[in-house]
Design a protein around this ligand. Structure first.
Ligand SMILES: Cc1cc2nc3c(=O)[nH]c(=O)nc-3n(C[C@H](O)[C@H](O)[C@H](O)COP(=O)(O)O)c2cc1C
Length: 300
């Protein structure tokens, strides 16, 4: 049973975090909830306590167990941390390494992966400072569950709605699944070297590889894309991890294959004549890439 630490900050979507706690628990996760002071303005800790069947933590100095320091103990306990809803404020604090309450202190102490699910007014989400903080956190290795578009409690229609609890739960289940080919590496439009040869790539390769990576990711397959082109922010959602070109592509692919023995590597880069990369599948169109995946899944 995996442990999920759910950090709840003070937005109108806190009520959805109660549903998320319930969904995660029903899915078989152990859930412990941490709340900011503002979050408690929206929902009482008791609701989370009942749904998680665990204590709720909100006071850094309320040390319930004298044998441990609570925020370190919780940080170590977690296999995955989800901040939902994540306010503009908590995103800003985390981006700047501030730790002035139970949630932020624990966030700095954990080494588990942290997913951030922002929810806020559409103009707040578009504010340059918020965008800067999101970019910083992305660079620091945090991953985002992008808010969806729709009617916002503030009356606006736009991007800023907390992703649905069912979807976040599905992402968490997927994260811990270990079946083959849940991991795909797409090498596309790459400028680097393979076997001391400068790689060549068709002009459209980066675009094609990006489309393929997006299509796989939308089916909740972890997809890592290596390409020389900077991708727009909208592609940086949880299941695609864009990398700038690794200098030595062969070395990068080999290491990735070792780390992901069941993973699948696809490329639309034209390899030097007579050169093959073991275990790497070539594709020249979206359909071909889909077919490689289907064939591989059939062959299991
Ligand atoms: C009714 C109401 C709804 C709010 N909704 C949000 C929200 O959805 N997103 C957000 O970033 N801040 C929202 N805020 C503002 C935060 O509560 C405020 O910035 C607070 O300082 C956040 O503290 P925390 O990040 O420690 O939880 C809301 C405030 C009120 C009064």
């Amino acid at each position: 049973m995996k442990n999920i630490l759910l950090c709840v900050s003070g937005g109108i979507a806190v009520y959805k975090a109660v549903a998320l706690t319930s969904k995660l628990t029903q899915a078989g996760f152990q859930v412990k909830v941490l709340m900011t002071k503002s979050a408690q303005q929206f929902v009482q800790p008791l609701s989370f306590q009942v749904m998680s069947k665990n204590d709720v933590f909100y006071d850094t100095f309320d040390e319930k167990d004298s044998q441990v320091i609570a925020h370190i103990d919780l940080a170590d306990w977690a296999d995955l941390v989800i901040i939902a809803p994540a306010t503009a404020n908590i995103i800003g604090k985390l981006a700047h390494g501030l730790a002035d309450d139970m949630v932020t202190t624990t966030l700095l102490a954990t080494t588990a992966p942290v997913w951030i699910a922002p929810a806020m007014n559409v103009h707040m989400y578009d504010h340059p400072a918020v965008l800067r903080n999101i970019e910083q956190l992305y660079q620091d290795g945090y991953r985002f569950i992008e808010p969806s578009e729709g009617y916002l409690a503030c009356g606006y229609v736009g991007k800023g709605r907390l992703e649905e609890p069912e979807k976040i739960t599905a992402l968490a289940l997927q994260h811990f699944r270990t079946t083959a080919h849940e991991q795909v590496l797409v090498v596309g439009g790459a400028m680097g070297t393979i076997a001391n040869n400068q790689l060549t790539a068709p002009v459209h390769a980066a675009m094609l590889a990006t489309e393929v990576a997006k299509a796989f990711a939308s089916r909740q397959i972890y997809t890592r894309l290596i390409t020389h082109e900077q991708q727009p922010r909208k592609y940086r959602f949880l299941f695609t991890e864009q990398m700038m070109m690794a200098d030595d592509v062969t070395k990068y692919v080999r290491e990735w294959q070792q780390q992901h023995p069941n993973g699948l590597v696809l490329t639309d880069v034209l390899l030097p004549k007579g050169y093959t990369l073991e275990g790497v599948h070539a594709f020249h169109s979206q359909e071909e890439a889909e077919q490689v995946l289907i064939n591989e899944l059939k062959g299991l």
